[in-house]
Design a protein around this ligand. Structure first.
Ligand SMILES: [Zn+2]
Length: 459
């Protein structure tokens, strides 16, 4: 069915104008003033609203076996939560462990999503070892449309690769034109510091941050950058959390290294005092890299404002209270993760745009367009233009609300952003022209989401 969105203020990177948008066959076919609606066309009045391109979360975990348990969401719950919050595409980390076969893992992750997501999705393929069959398998996965890899410098013996495997992955990525995303913390240092603290009887969640300090992340970031420099591959640092690591990335960028940077919602809004709360309250705020000293937040916001930090993701990864308690005797056993897929856009708009820390242009860029460009989705996604998929967010800047686990759609029993006030939220969200969300409620088609095939673009 055709759809006409009338009189909204259309915001894309580099442009802001009041106009109508006409949608047919899942794509935007016309943009202009006073477009006519023939009989049978669904009309939405967007007067007083902002119209954004559908937002893209470039870093989520949905199906995830991790630390002896599984993350709580299904693609159904995560995609509905994403859409209610204005995210119309997510890129999930496909994370088989070192003992698993990569190709079998990829097929498993795809099967978990297929037919269950209400929004479109893609994968970053984790390379968690590099053995004889790895190159052939990765070539097959790239040919299938998954044109980005993920490596972990952390999580020794589970997801983590050693330097030799990192080199082989980057060298292959360079030849294939594939960008490599990386979790940059030094695994050896983390393991040693964990042992040292635990031996001293320091077992609570407040010791998670000291076990993986800023210098350990900066070292990982710098080492990843040096490997990019010497292989010529393009890279993307996921969830960069602190000033020291940002300096390492920007120093590399200034000497011509092809390195990009993502920060995630928890690091922009929460600090390490949340993880220092007693007992399970602290455990709920454990992720890696950890929540940092508050002074880093201003550095991250400034980096975002200038574009030194390219994107904002979430590292969405829900473990509930019971699962967090697996770490009651040792912070090293707390399942890592802070969910945020539902709240990213609203909180970024509130604390970024409304507080004067981000202009509207950078907001759209950081939460949608830049990820589309880096990961081979542009201009199908990440903008509003004739020919683009009609993933549209009609955003009400006058809405006022409060974040709460009681009203969330993510499958979890707490929300790390509990009590934060939001200023603005999506009033209508479409996926390829179909209205999926209206006023905070999912009213659309479950399983509408499609796997997005992407071409390599980083030669
Ligand atoms: Zn992650």
């Amino acid at each position: 069915m055709a759809l006409l969105i009338r009189n909204g203020e259309i915001v894309t990177v580099g442009s802001r104008a009041r106009a109508d948008i006409f949608v047919e066959n899942e794509t935007v076919t016309r943009i202009g003033k006073n477009l006519e609606a023939s009989a049978g066309v669904e009309v939405i009045d967007a007067t007083g609203k902002l119209v954004f391109p559908g937002f893209i979360d470039p870093h989520v975990h949905i199906y995830l076996p991790f630390m002896s348990t599984f993350a709580k969401d299904t693609h159904e719950t995560a995609s509905i939560a994403a859409l209610i919050g204005g995210t119309t595409t997510y890129i999930e980390m496909c994370c088989p462990s070192r003992k698993d076969d990569a190709l079998a893992g990829y097929e498993l992750w795809k099967a978990k999503a297929e037919g269950h997501s209400a929004c479109d999705y893609a994968f970053h393929m984790s390379v968690t070892k590099f053995v004889e069959e790895t190159e052939a398998q990765l070539r097959q996965i790239v040919a299938d449309g998954t044109a980005s890899f993920k490596i972990f410098l952390a999580y020794k013996n589970f997801f983590g690769v050693d330097d030799g495997e990192m080199y082989q992955t980057l060298e292959l990525a360079k030849r294939l034109g594939v960008i490599v995303t990386a979790h940059c913390e030094d695994a050896e240092l983390v393991a040693r510091l964990q042992q040292k603290l635990l031996a001293e009887g320091k077992t609570g969640p407040e010791w998670h941050e000291p076990s993986r300090p800023e210098s350990v992340e900066a070292e990982g970031t710098g080492r990843f950058a040096t490997f990019l420099e010497n292989t010529g591959a393009a890279g993307y640092v996921v969830h960069l959390s602190c000033e020291k690591a940002l300096h390492a990335a920007l120093a590399a960028k200034s000497r011509g290294v092809r390195i990009h940077v993502e920060s995630v919602l928890p690091h922009l809004l929460l600090d390490k005092t949340f993880a220092e709360r007693p007992g399970v309250e602290g455990m709920k705020h454990v992720m890696s890299p950890p929540l940092r000293a508050k002074k880093n937040q201003a550095v991250l916001w400034n980096g975002l404002a200038t574009g030194a930090i390219d994107t904002v993701g979430t590292d969405h990864c829900p473990f509930d209270t019971e699962q967090k308690l697996l770490g009651k005797d040792s912070f090293a056993n707390i399942p890592n993760g802070i969910p945020g897929i539902e709240d990213r856009v609203n909180l970024l708009y509130t604390f970024g745009v409304k507080r004067g820390q981000l202009d509207l242009d950078r907001f759209v860029d950081a939460a949608s367009t830049r990820a589309a460009k880096l990961f081979g989705l542009f201009p199908r996604k990440g903008t509003i233009a004739v020919g683009s998929d009609a993933d549209l967010v009609i955003f009400d800047p006058e809405y006022r609300g409060v974040i709460s686990a009681k009203s969330q759609h993510v499958n979890n029993d707490y929300n790390a952003f509990e009590g934060m006030e939001i200023e603005g939220r999506p009033s209508v969200v479409t996926v390829r022209g179909k209205v999926q969300v209206r006023d905070g409620k999912f009213i659309g088609e479950r399983g509408r989401g499609r796997f997005l095939k992407r071409e390599p673009s980083h030669f």
